[in-house]
Write a protein that binds this ligand. Structure first.
Ligand code: GAL
Length: 643
């Protein structure tokens, strides 16, 4: 089990480094991510490297038996780079180049930035590949976090090359993008630009491809650095840090290219439900490379500084959130950062070692957590009975204007996860084309862009006995964001037992609701489908002006399986009412029965971890008897190993 955090010794004079190492030992730290923002110190002028200070830091760490996740230091280019190569900066959709003086001010496609980043990574690789303290390599940092898209001239040129490789001919591009709409026909690839600010809506197919390109261009940059490390002889695992459901990057593709999945996660202590969205991120990380442990690469020991108002973690909450990560497969719990900065925009961000020193609650909790994690075996979470389908390309197609009702796809996914989590059902994430064998229920929220392969996979799985849950915006467009011939849900209509023929946008003020079970009217939103039934039967109807009586939930038997299609969107509460029908019928059971929603139970092969994620005590019935759980208390229940 790794324990530690980002370590930025370049912000401190040398005598502090020794004290750091001593206190790291005291806290149980055995891994630090070193030098993530140290480029200006490592290469003070182009081609002039200074590794002497880093040698000394690494020697001190090694002398204290602290492992190093060595950064390639490329996340923040030094001022000399920006001054020498001003066109290496990213440009907004409005044509504004982003300035130095902060961080991440690089264009992923800038040849000069890339050349210099790869050179630094390779030089670090050559120097430290055989250093005995180096356990891992940390490439760049949170790709795209601050720059979701780049419209520089380099990006435009790279986008054209990307399109040419994808489509071959401009005729194929015109066909894919439907460019006869609004006279957008291109005569050559050289006429295409990135979707910069336009007077009216840009072409949605172009935007979809631009988002694919953006994820790919950052990935290409990561690969260039990774390959430079390998070429220099690095044999340790290489990774970079993900950010949960982060929209700009397709982490399914990225996960194939890192040796270890790593995540940064900052649940808001003010939000009593944020432990559930943190759980979502952990389940996603576990799912990206199934069967392999992942790292919680960054979390805050206490408050962050970047929200408008930053609540502190409650006493015990740090351990509770860390344990939910371990139970979901993390074999490392790391922080941003080791020692609180004394200058810069993050000086109020908590750290393992607070600016106020060791006489602090934060330090005591950090030390206690380190000692409780020390020597733990690698966790082995189980996959669970329910999967949620997540496909970034689908999200990119949906997160656009000009739909019957605008939808935030990440919020839709989250609302289904929250409902499952409150019911103590363990969830995995899958792609539409993944092998679904072994899942009892698959929830595919707003699977709007659905490829032939994805549709065939889902249909075969349902016919074989699976239970599929879908919502409005299912199977409406192809991979180019175009309607398919023949109407809507053309691929899944037999599975769904019907198909939509029209759409009615819904706002809360429209007063449309769905009644299910005994929960009272559940507000419906975004859109309501005019759904034509074929073999499906109506399990619930809509209530509201002009739409009363139309199908809200349609159940259909398909082969040996069942589908449940919701013709609208409900919130997490409403989704829960749907699940209360679906889950028992599909034989899905909670990890432990009878727990309050604030107490989570995570199932592993060897043990079940029970965590009270609330500031209130709860008396619960566990398999070994009744127990009073103090606020944020964690209990590990040993279970017999399953095959
Ligand atoms: C992360 C970033 C860290 C630090 C942290 C503060 O996004 O990777 O460098 O800024 O946020 O919460």
């Amino acid at each position: 089990m790794y324990y530690g955090g980002d370590y930025n010794p370049e912000q401190w004079p040398e005598p502090v480094w020794l004290e750091d190492a001593r206190l790291m030992r005291e806290a149980g730290v055995n891994l630090v991510s070193l030098g993530i923002f140290a480029w200006a110190r490592l290469e003070p002028a182009e081609g002039e490297y200074d590794f002497a200070w880093l040698d000394r830091v690494m020697e001190i760490l090694h002398g204290h038996d602290i492992g190093i996740d060595l950064a390639t230091a490329t996340a923040s280019p030094p001022p000399w780079l920006t001054m020498s190569y001003p066109d290496s900066r990213p440009v907004t959709a409005d044509g504004v180049p982003l300035s130095q003086g902060s961080r991440q001010h690089f264009a992923a496609t800038s040849p000069d930035y890339r050349r210099l980043a790869v050179a630094l990574a390779g030089t670090l690789g050559e120097r430290y590949a055989t250093h005995p303290a180096v356990r891992m390599w940390h490439v760049n940092n949170e790709y795209a976090c601050a720059v979701h898209a780049d419209h520089s001239d380099h990006a435009v040129a790279a986008f054209r090359r990307w399109l040419e490789a994808r489509y071959g001919t401009v005729a194929a591009l015109n066909e894919a993008w439907g460019t006869d709409f609004w006279a957008q026909r291109y005569g050559s690839f050289a006429e295409v630009v990135t979707p910069r600010r336009t007077p009216s809506s840009p072409n949605p197919s172009a935007v979809l491809d631009f988002r694919r390109f953006t994820s790919d261009s950052y990935l290409e940059l990561y690969l260039a650095e990774r390959d430079a490390l390998r070429a220099a002889g690095a044999r340790q695992p290489i990774t970079t840090n993900f950010m949960g459901l982060f929209p700009p990057l397709d982490y399914w593709r990225w996960a194939q290219e890192v040796d270890v999945v790593a995540d940064d996660c900052y649940p808001d202590p003010r939000d009593p439900e944020s432990f559930r969205t943190a759980a979502l991120a952990r389940d996603l990380m576990r799912s990206l490379r199934p069967g392999q442990p992942w790292l919680l690469m960054e979390q805050a020991s206490n408050a962050v500084q970047w929200r408008p108002n930053n609540r502190a973690k409650a006493p015990g909450q740090l351990a509770a959130l860390s344990e939910q990560a371990v139970a979901r497969g993390a074999d490392g719990i790391l922080f941003f950062q080791w020692r609180q900065s004394r200058a810069g925009s993050e000086k109020f961000h908590s750290a393992m070692l607070p600016h106020a020193g060791t006489e602090t609650r934060t330090w005591r909790e950090v030390v206690a957590l380190g000692s409780s994690l020390a020597g733990r075996p690698a966790p082995e979470p189980v996959r669970g009975q329910v999967a949620i389908v997540l496909d970034w390309e689908n999200s990119w197609a949906l997160d656009q204007p000009n739909l019957p009702g605008t939808v935030d796809h990440a919020a839709v996914i989250t609302d289904w996860y929250l409902a499952l989590h409150r019911r103590h059902v363990q969830v995995s994430f899958v792609r539409p084309t993944d092998d679904l064998a072994g899942f009892a229920v698959v929830v595919a929220p707003a699977l709007h862009l659905l490829t032939g392969a994805g549709a065939a996979n889902l249909a075969t799985w349902v016919a074989g006995g699976g239970t599929l849950v879908t919502t409005a915006y299912t199977d409406l467009v192809d991979e180019h964001d175009r309607f398919r011939d023949g109407g809507f849900a053309t691929q899944l209509r037999e599975v769904l037992g019907g198909h939509p023929v029209d759409f009615d946008g819904l706002l809360p003020s429209d007063g449309v609701s769905v009644t299910l079970g005994d929960a009272g009217p559940l507000p419906a939103g975004v859109v309501l489908e005019d759904f034509v039934l074929t073999t499906g039967t109506v399990a619930a109807i809509v209530d509201g002006p002009a739409v009363s009586g139309s199908p809200a939930l349609v159940r259909n038997v398909h082969g040996d399986g069942t589908s449940w299609h919701l013709t609208t969107f409900l919130d997490a509460e409403g989704n829960g009412q749907v699940l209360d029908l679906v889950l028992p019928a599909a034989g899905v059971t909670p990890v432990l029965p009878g727990l309050p929603p604030e107490v989570e139970a995570i199932e592993g092969r060897e043990r079940i971890t029970v965590v009270n994620q609330s500031p209130q005590a709860h008396t619960v019935l566990l398999p070994d008897g009744e127990r009073r759980l103090a606020p944020y208390e964690v209990v590990h229940l040993v279970r017999r190993a399953q095959s």
